[in-house]
Write a protein that binds this ligand. Structure first.
Ligand SMILES: Cc1cc2nc3c(=O)[nH]c(=O)nc-3n(C[C@H](O)[C@H](O)[C@H](O)COP(=O)(O)OP(=O)(O)OC[C@H]3O[C@@H](n4cnc5c(N)ncnc54)[C@H](O)[C@@H]3O)c2cc1C
Length: 310
């Protein structure tokens, strides 16, 4: 290793040691659709709870049965853990009355933080089919309904439907002006794209916290598909790292954890202290990363959950 690279590594590790007690993480899960997947989810929740996340969020699906499952997971998190559960909510097919009802049911559970999204439009649709066409409309309505914390999505590499990066940023500003309280990004692998995006947000007067979404990659083929659908660029060097590993999940996991840890350390060096992990309901990679960041047993966070039935 050359001296410059060695210095860079040393700087990264020193920088991270300086801030390790200020790091915050959150974990995203999706509602399971089989008893086996439910087991995986709840085991992951228990394992990752050790890192005292700021919150754990649960995605919201395109059809009604999935939506009820989001509520069920949030309900169980409230009842059986000390974690802070945060449901996602979308505008797809949603009437004002339905959203008001969902908010009121969450309020009864003591949940007052929601990730507000438009949701992906069904194939060939140009409208949401509901009372809200954009996430900014939903944010304004949630505000009216008295929701205290509203996170919104942002796209460092631009949302695929946006007319331009400028329009996309204007849209983010609309969500902020409508009452969003923080921003979570789509996953990305190019840290420069995130840093440029953060600069552009600040220049546009967007001062809310911007939490990078980190996707530790164990299934490269699947991530290529996700990425092409959401406008995230997968660098070619990354593909090379997973070459020849289609039948070797263990090595893929090791590479995925190591890459994501590197990404997180580089971002810490740029002043980032909050990270949102897309777990895909599997704890292993996020666990390895958070463990390596020494996020265990830090004071002032929640207690670990006790899930009787897991
Ligand atoms: C952190 C995170 C969590 C997510 N969770 C879920 C989930 O649980 N369930 C799910 O289905 N999807 C989820 N998604 C995906 C998301 O729903 C899609 O990316 C969706 O296509 C856009 O949602 P949005 O909230 O960003 O939409 P919006 O902010 O409404 O933007 C959608 C598009 O419309 C454009 N736009 C916005 N306002 C206007 C306007 N007034 N005029 C013209 N153009 C406009 C934007 O530039 C953008 O191209 C998530 C994404 C992220 C980053």
């Amino acid at each position: 290793m050359g001296l410059t690279a060695a210095r860079l590594l040393e700087t990264l590790n020193r920088q991270w040691e300086k801030v390790e007690d200020r790091l915050n993480v959150s974990f995203e899960f999706f509602p399971p659709n089989s008893p086996e997947m439910a087991d995986t989810l709840w085991q992951s929740v228990v394992k990752l709870a050790k890192f005292k996340p700021q919150f754990v969020s649960v995605t919201y699906g395109a059809n009604r049965s999935t939506r009820d499952r989001t509520h069920a997971v949030i309900e169980r998190l409230v009842q059986e853990t000390d974690l802070t559960p945060v449901p996602h909510l979308t505008c797809i097919d949603a009437s004002r009355e339905e959203i008001a009802d969902i908010v009121s049911r969450y309020r009864q559970l003591g949940v007052n933080h929601i990730v507000a999204l438009r949701g992906d439009l069904p194939a060939s649709a140009t409208q949401t089919g509901g009372d809200f066409q954009y996430a900014s409309d939903l944010v304004a309505f949630l505000r009216q309904q008295g929701v205290e914390k509203i996170s919104v999505a942002a796209y460092p590499e631009v949302h695929p439907e946006a007319r331009s990066a400028r329009h996309d940023l204007d849209n983010l500003k609309r969500k902020v002006d409508a009452g969003a309280t923080d921003i979570i990004t789509q996953f990305f692998f190019d840290n420069c794209a995130f840093l440029r995006f953060r600069d552009r947000c600040r220049s546009a007067g967007i001062e809310l916290p911007i939490t990078p979404g980190i996707l530790p990659v164990s299934n490269y083929r699947q991530v290529e598909r996700f990425a092409s659908g959401c406008g995230t660029r997968v660098p070619s060097w990354m593909g090379h790292l997973y070459e020849g590993l289609d039948d070797d999940p263990e090595t893929r996991r090791l590479i995925g954890a190591s890459l994501a840890l590197e990404q997180v350390k580089l971002l810490i060096n740029e002043g980032v202290a909050d990270f949102h992990f897309y777990t895909l309901n599997r704890a292993e990679l996020s666990y390895a990363i958070c463990h390596a960041l020494r996020l265990v047993g830090l004071p002032g966070r929640h207690a670990a959950p006790q899930l009787a039935s897991v």
